[in-house]
Design a protein around this ligand. Structure first.
Ligand SMILES: NC(=O)c1ccc[n+]([C@@H]2O[C@H](COP(=O)([O-])OP(=O)(O)OC[C@H]3O[C@@H](n4cnc5c(N)ncnc54)[C@H](O)[C@@H]3O)[C@@H](O)[C@H]2O)c1
Length: 347
């Protein structure tokens, strides 16, 4: 592959930082311009392993800021947009922040990419845009790229808006856009407001593990490294094959919330009595799952990390990196504090 400069937005978050670490580790001829507002979810410690790499630089900026975006995008052949407000629970409390970053921010990036003649623009969408995974008949089955978008939360709706806006820049202006809809990611460096790192954090601390509703809602899990390898496969594919396409990305590893809680209890050695059922999330999607046969068939991509192996490693990572977690907790994020203690309410 010829040398390429990639603008990675949201690079200090969970998946964006995994992608930066992954491409610098696996693609010798790539330079990375990391761009991130460093919101509560952005963490430069996620990028510490590459901080001294000469092919890496970081800019603190907002994807809604057209000038900052243009200055960082100039000279980049590829753009991968991870930047977003991402937590469903926060979107229920403050939808405006999601519309601003996820929709207006994506618009700002697309405009800059159009003006600067970017060669490939990957919009990181999500399987949340489908709402419940089901056939048009209502039968439950993994979502296909051709399924209707029926987002159920302000987060999912904002991402659906950005997903379709990005597609429209291909359809209208010929901008070389590819949209990916990945399932739930897991792995190291994830902010502990999200299900798996929250359960791990609480299990390690001996705190109640809050399980929404009856715990039966299911998600389809993929390790961040497998997500990253899918994105690299898309970046390396010929334009005529991928531009204007939408790809589901998943590993067909469906687990319910209660199954995850039990696995984490077993892996950490915490008592099962820590598992506590709490009031369900508003508009809680019963099942997210994606059919990834399109990317597997057309690009030859395959996930390689089984959920049970990846979860074991992820638990070990949180156990072995208490200082990373302590620094996150030191920020005294009220929302995070409430999420971590949700299971202790009323006890
Ligand atoms: N986590 C998942 O399971 C999952 C699954 C599918 C798709 N996605 C998508 O992948 C992307 C990354 O998700 P994540 O889990 O890493 O999220 P995250 O919340 O961990 O990280 C988001 C990053 O974006 C940055 N950011 C937020 N607003 C910004 C702005 N206005 N300008 C610049 N940077 C900004 C934050 O500082 C943070 O570093 C998102 O687009 C998300 O919708 C996530």
């Amino acid at each position: 592959m010829t040398s390429r400069k990639i603008l990675v937005t949201g690079a200090a978050g969970f998946i964006g930082s995994a992608f930066v670490r992954y491409v610098l580790r696996t693609l010798p001829d790539v330079e990375v311009v990391a761009f991130d507002k460093l919101t509560y979810a952005g963490n430069l410690e996620n990028l510490a392993p590459v901080a001294n790499d000469a092919r890496y630089s970081i800019v603190q900026g907002d994807i809604c800021d057209a000038e900052a975006v243009a200055a960082s995008m100039r000279g980049c052949a590829w753009v991968v947009n991870f930047a977003a407000e991402t937590h469903v629970d926060r979107s229920i409390v403050d939808p405006g922040a999601f519309v601003r970053t996820d929709v207006i921010g994506t618009y700002t990036l697309l405009e800059a990419a159009r003006n600067l003649g970017v060669e490939r623009f990957i919009q990181i969408s999500t399987d949340e845009v489908y709402g419940n995974a089901e056939a048009p008949s209502g039968e439950s089955r993994p979502s296909l790229e051709t399924d209707a978008l029926k987002p159920l939360s302000p987060y999912a709706a904002s991402k659906a808006g950005a997903d379709r806006l990005a597609f429209s820049y291909w359809a209208t202006y010929g901008l070389p856009v590819v949209v990916t809809r990945c399932s739930n990611n897991f792995g190291p460096y994830q902010y502990p407001e999200k299900q798996l790192p929250l359960f791990i954090t609480n299990a390690l601390a001996g705190r109640a593990i809050p399980v929404y509703g009856n715990g039966e809602n299911t998600r389809d899990w993929i390790h961040t490294d497998d997500h990253c390898s899918a994105l690299v496969a898309i970046l390396q594919a010929p334009s005529e094959q991928v531009v204007g396409e939408v790809y589901n990305v998943g590993a067909s590893e469906e687990r319910s919330i209660i199954e995850n809680a039990r696995s984490i209890v077993a892996l950490t050695g915490a008592p099962e009595s820590l598992i506590t059922f709490v009031q369900d999330r508003l508009g809680h999607v019963r099942r997210h799952a994606v059919d990834s046969s399109k990317i597997q068939r057309t690009l030859g991509w395959q996930p390689t990390i089984r959920f049970d192996d990846g979860l074991r490693e992820t638990v070990a990572w949180y156990r072995d990196n208490p200082e990373w977690l302590a620094h996150v907790l030191d920020r005294r994020d009220e929302f995070l504090g409430a999420a971590l203690t949700l299971g202790t309410k009323g006890q």
